[in-house]
Ligand binder design. Structure first.
Ligand code: MG
Length: 390
């Protein structure tokens, strides 16, 4: 079997979902998906000469060929690794179909038949306890047993563009200051997280994301303040660059610290695992290097008894690919679902059954990825300027 072509289509969901189709001379095509980002689709197309005429079964070798082929352009991280990841996912879909078996059987076999999923809730419609509690109750009503909220950028007094999570247009940045947490903001955080915990009761798992905003001391203080709410984890409390600083936070935090979505490949994740700078590691699978790279990272973490909770903002395709490899990880605990506000997320897949039922995705027993793109729905949400696998 030989690879003959590679094409893309970008679907505009709540993120851009960069779908990758790899074609073969035996009529089998594989579907992959890359993590979003400027230039990723262009880089995928640039990879085509490295893949055409190669045997798609040799996935690890082809991964290394792509990494080496793009090394001068920066294949230790960023958009290049995201592009490689999406192609790698498609190769597993081809191989599973060619060998007539689900992908999880090719990666060591299953520890579990269904994958636990947590719902990213973002934030309430306004920064009030009632609004956040309502958002939490909606997720629980949809069957989820684990949820996550974004706690950063919530104090309208402190931001140029208030209540816009993740951007961090904090007034202090203009003065060149570091990012402290004011007493007012801390009180607001405690009231919002407390309202969510009260709304969901004691036994629903709750994670809180900080998007790399705070200084080390205030991150520790925040963790201490949030201890009564029995968090599943506190995510990315400080910037992602300094693993020694992260270890200081983790060593002094009474709640589990989770990080990893901004790191790439086994080499990028290695220091936070081997120094035990995190309690839970959370690489994004279609960003970190693909299924086999994620499996290697999970196994490295497992040696240190660190659980794996995969980050995920993808369409159903990279989500299902992640489920296949998460099924094979001994230390897997939970996979993110970030599409609660995309009404047509499930409709991208042919068939009538929603992928997520009662907070779990059941692994398909069909060959390869096991799900098929609904092309009508995909075309209806094609990103402006993108072409549909042309
Ligand atoms: Mg996050």
């Amino acid at each position: 079997m030989k690879i003959t072509d590679l094409k893309t289509a970008v679907i505009q969901g709540n993120f851009e979902w960069i779908l990758v189709r790899v074609y073969t001379d035996e009529g089998i095509t594989g579907m992959g998906e890359c993590y979003w980002g400027a230039g990723v689709e262009t880089i995928v197309r640039r990879m085509k000469p490295l893949l055409v005429d190669e045997d798609p079964h040799n996935i690890d070798w082809l991964y290394q060929k792509m990494v080496r082929g793009m090394s001068g352009a920066g294949s230790t991280g960023g958009a290049v690794v995201a592009a490689i990841s999406g192609i790698e996912l498609a190769l597993w879909d081809i191989k599973g179909q060619a060998l007539n078996t689900p992908i999880y059987n090719l990666l060591g076999g299953r520890y579990r038949e269904r994958i636990r999923v947590y719902a990213d809730c973002g934030h309430g419609s306004e920064p009030t306890p009632a609004s956040w509690a309502e958002k939490a109750r909606q997720a629980i009503a949809n069957g989820f047993t684990a949820i996550k909220f974004d706690i950063d950028n919530i104090d309208p007094e402190q931001f140029i563009e208030p209540y816009h999570v993740g951007i961090g247009k904090w007034k202090g940045w203009l003065q060149g200051q570091q990012r402290p947490i004011s007493h007012r903001e801390m009180d607001l955080m405690i009231s919002l997280v407390g309202a969510v915990r009260e709304a969901i009761g004691p036994y629903i798992d709750l994670a809180i994301d900080c998007h790399w905003n705070y200084n080390t001391r205030d991150a520790i203080k925040l963790a201490q303040e949030l201890e009564p709410f029995n968090l599943m984890w506190l995510e990315d409390p400080i910037p992602p660059d300094n693993i020694e600083a992260l270890k200081r936070v983790t060593d002094h935090s009474p709640v589990p610290i989770c990080s990893g979505e901004n790191h790439y490949t086994r080499h990028g994740l290695r220091p936070m695992i081997t120094t035990q700078a995190v309690d839970i590691v959370q690489p994004d699978i279609p960003k970190v290097g693909g299924l086999l790279e994620a499996k290697k990272i999970a196994d490295l973490a497992d040696i240190y008894y660190i659980p794996m909770a995969a980050h995920n903002v993808s369409s159903p395709f990279a989500t299902m690919a992640a489920c296949h490899v998460c099924a094979t990880m001994r230390n897997f605990i939970v996979l993110e679902f970030h599409g609660q506000d995309v009404a047509w997320w499930n409709d991208l897949v042919e068939g009538n059954q929603p992928l997520i039922q009662n907070g779990y995705i059941t692994l398909p027993d069909k060959p390869g990825l096991g799900i098929t793109l609904n092309e009508d729905v995909a075309r209806a949400h094609l990103q402006a300027g993108s072409t549909f696998f042309e």
